[in-house]
Design a binder for this molecule. Structure first.
Ligand code: FE
Length: 256
């Protein structure tokens, strides 16, 4: 099932949030932009999601219109379906330069060197991804949580796809927008404290995002943040968050 987040006719933004059935794996959201016969799929996931996602996408456009499969980082729930996308589409695969050389390990021998020729490295400083006559901005999000990590901003819809930043645990509920930030916090706090690298990265990312006109933040797991008020609450919290190496001491490094 897909949800339309933005539709101006020529430019559509959709998300798919219920492709992983039951408790087969953690709930994941895939993000999709279609602009005048040019498509990009963000964080398509693994083998669990490939087939339902392909079917959902085919209702919007043919596979041959998929220009890019874009990965925020290297994890199994992000890009482990790489071999399928290489086989069934002509899309280029975009990922951090830190992971470009590792991804071909997901590509079987019989696909020759497709992994190398179709995987494009995103430089550390980010880039503009050309999608037809529109652009999508790949924004640095390193150490949040992966060492080579990106968020993606669509200036036409003003939607920020933030990957694991802002991710929350759903417990089977629908991925409705967050309404009460304080009530939502317990679903995010523990995850961010353990998975995010350090406050320094959180604060620098939040500062960068404040320079953009953002209407919606869509994380890869859980509920989105819609509207300036809740987005600012989220950025204020994230910029102050102590996490990762901020919280460790010798007690975390004892011989087991
Ligand atoms: Fe991850």
């Amino acid at each position: 099932m897909s949800e339309v987040l933005f539709d101006s006719g020529e430019h559509k933004v959709l998300l798919f949030s219920d492709m992983v059935a039951g408790d087969a794996g953690v709930q994941c959201t895939q993000f999709f932009i279609y602009h005048d016969h040019h498509a990009a799929m963000f964080d398509p996931g693994g083998q669990l999601t490939f087939q339902p996602l392909q079917m959902a996408m085919n209702r919007i456009c043919p596979m041959k219109e998929l220009d890019y499969v874009v990965a925020s980082h290297q994890d199994p729930d992000i890009i482990s379906s790489l071999d399928r996308w290489l086989m069934y589409s002509n899309a280029q695969i975009l990922i951090s330069r830190l992971w470009e050389r590792f991804l071909p390990h997901l590509v079987p021998d019989y696909m020759d060197h497709q992994g190398e020729s179709r995987i494009i490295a995103i430089p550390d400083q980010g880039m503009d991804i050309q999608l037809g006559d529109s652009i999508i901005k790949a924004l640095p999000a390193h150490f949040l949580h992966s060492v080579g990590n990106f968020s993606f901003y669509d200036p036409l819809s003003r939607i920020l796809f933030s990957g694991d930043v802002g991710a929350s645990i759903l417990n089977g509920e629908p991925a409705d927008p967050v309404e009460d930030f304080a009530a939502h916090l317990p679903r995010m706090q523990g995850f961010h404290e353990r998975y995010m690298g350090s406050n320094r990265a959180c604060r620098l990312w939040a500062n960068m995002v404040r320079g953009l006109d953002v209407e919606m933040i869509v994380p890869q797991h859980g509920r989105p943040f819609v509207g300036k008020t809740i987005i600012n609450q989220f950025l204020d919290w994230f910029a102050e968050l102590q996490c990762g190496i901020d919280l460790i001491d010798q007690s975390n490094y004892q011989l087991p």
